[in-house]
Design a protein around this ligand. Sequence first.
Ligand code: UDP
Length: 337
Amino acid sequence: MNVLVTGGAGYIGSHAVKHLREQGHHVVVLDNLHRGHRAALDAIEQASGKHVPFEELDLRHTEAVTSALVHHKIDCVMHFAALAYVGESVTEPLTYYDNNTAGTLSLLQAMHDAGVRRLVFSSTCATYGEPASMPIVETMPQSPINPYGWSKLFVERILIDYANANKDFAFAALRYFNVAGSAADGTIGEDHEPETHLIPIILEVALGQREHVTIFGEDYDTPDGTCIRDYIHVEDLVAAHSMVMQKLNPADQRFYNLGIGQGYSVKQIVDAAREVTGRDIPAQMGPRRPGDPPSLYANADKLRTEVGWTPSYTDIHRVIETAWRWYRNHPDGYAQP
Ligand code: UDP
């Protein structure tokens, strides 16, 4: 298939580009390089010896996106391009609605104009807000507690309405839990500025780039008092995208949780990282981070049953190992040393 990957120079998008090419698809990347890395595409090119077609474009430039879709004869769009910092979304909501919601609206218009009828969309478990019970199933009420979650939930609604009006259109919205790890072959990895995610921060401590990791709250109603999250390896995540894409039939409106269905506490992650790295990793207790629900993990049965996906990484140590390999070999991320 000819697949356009929006946000293909970002963390998850670049892993999708790599995976889809390995599956034999023809992949074109669209990215505005706001937070993505051209160097990630260079790394994929170098490792594969094959050019990565790249359109440096912003999604909100509808006509240019339409032309790219037509020019590359795109069959399906995988839409990763988005801003994804919860805290930033609270202080800059308009930026999030413009980039994530209006950006997707523009993409959808471009797809409509170009006659592209399949979309796999990166949604988030943040659309559920603070669910009353765990694990989370897809049918639970969605009530986000921050603009990031709303910016994605609005898109889910827009997709439903568009699909209802255009029966030849099909989409899947994949609600991610905590994505972690790096390509097992070490070619590409995670490089965020600023870095706010738990595992990268812990590994920066292991590398000596930070003095300690602060654990945000140890008075939660969980077995060890720290927050529980469902960490899914990025390669399992992108594999699910490609499997879902193959299953899409006209008029499909699919929603799936994308997690492994098992939670780890912050303390368990720190302990696992100590074992994997063999380093000290000092941790300090700090106050709760506003907006953090105590526990979030998926019931991912729907994806397993309907699509046949199973995660290959179910041990957090193996997830951290892949991330550690990347950080040790690229302590400055994609930046030139
Ligand atoms: N966390 C932490 N210290 C940090 C960063 C994160 O204790 O420096 C906790 C955070 O409160 C949450 C979990 O680690 O419970 C995962 O946070 P992350 O930002 O990686 O992902 P999120 O769950 O916010 O999407």
